[in-house]
Design a binder for this molecule. Structure first.
Ligand SMILES: CC(C)(COP(=O)(O)OP(=O)(O)OC[C@H]1O[C@@H](n2cnc3c(N)ncnc32)[C@H](O)[C@@H]1OP(=O)(O)O)[C@@H](O)C(=O)NCCC(=O)NCCS
Length: 171
C-alpha cells in the first residue's frame, strides 16, 4: 500500500444537489438530518480518496447550522481531509447555497467529522500523512489535534490530563 503524503486538495469532494419537499421541516427548510447525511457521504468520499481504504464514521465533532436552507435551494457540500493521524482522519466540511439570481455562493454551514480507515474485518489501519498547502488548510491542520483530543475526552477514550494540546488553550 502506497503511503506517500497527500495534499488536502487530493481528497477534495464536492457534491451539489437540490432541496426537495420530502427533505424539509414544517417551515420548509432543509431538515438537519438530511444535511448531516449529505455531509457524511461527501466526507466519507474525501476520507476514502485520502486513504484509498474502507472508511467508517468515528465521530461527528462539530456541526454549526448557522443558516437555514430553504426548499428549492441548490446546496453544495465541499469536504476535504484537514489532518491525518495514525488511522483516523479529520474531514472539514463547508456548505454553500447558491443565490438563484446572482449565482453567488453563500456560506451556510460548517462541520467536522472524523473517519477511521479499516481493513475488511473492521480493524483500524494506517493512513498517509496529510500535507496542508493553503493558509486555511494550515489553520485547520493546526487545530485538528486539539479537536481530536476533545472528541476522545468526551467519548471517554482519553483522560483529560493526557489532552495536553487541548489543555494548553485554557492556560
Ligand atoms: C471507529 C472505530 C473503528 C474505532 O475503533 P477503536 O476500537 O476505538 O479503535 P482505536 O482505539 O484503535 O481508534 C482508532 C482511531 O480512531 C480514533 N477515534 C476513536 N474514537 C474516536 C472519537 N470518538 N473521536 C475521534 N477519534 C476517535 C482513535 O483516536 C484512533 O485514531 P488514530 O489511530 O489516528 O490515533 C470503531 O469504533 C467502529 O468501528 N465504530 C463504528 C463505525 C461505524 O459503524 N460508523 C457508522 C455509524 S452508523
Amino acid at each position: 500500500m502506497v503511503m506517500e503524503p497527500r495534499t488536502a486538495f487530493q481528497s477534495k469532494t464536492v457534491m451539489t444537489d437540490l432541496v426537495l419537499p420530502s427533505e424539509t421541516n414544517p417551515i420548509n427548510n432543509l431538515f438537519g438530518g438530511e444535511l448531516l447525511a449529505r455531509m457524511d457521504r461527501a466526507a466519507s468520499i474525501a476520507a476514502r480518496r485520502h486513504s484509498r481504504r474502507i472508511v467508517v464514521t468515528a465521530s461527528v465533532n462539530h456541526v454549526a447550522f448557522n443558516r437555514s436552507i430553504p426548499l428549492g435551494s441548490v446546496v453544495t457540500v465541499e469536504a476535504k481531509v484537514s489532518r491525518a493521524f495514525k488511522s483516523s482522519m479529520e474531514v472539514y466540511l463547508d456548505v454553500w447555497i447558491e443565490d438563484r439570481e446572482s449565482g453567488e455562493s453563500i456560506k451556510a454551514n460548517e462541520a467536522i467529522y472524523t473517519f477511521v480507515a479499516v481493513n475488511e474485518t473492521g480493524h483500524p489501519v494506517k493512513v498517509p500523512e496529510l500535507v496542508p498547502e493553503t493558509a486555511l488548510e494550515k489553520e485547520r491542520f493546526d487545530g485538528a489535534l486539539r479537536r481530536k483530543q476533545l472528541s476522545l475526552v468526551l467519548a471517554g477514550k482519553m483522560k483529560p490530563a493526557d489532552a495536553k494540546e487541548l489543555k494548553a488553550i485554557f492556560e
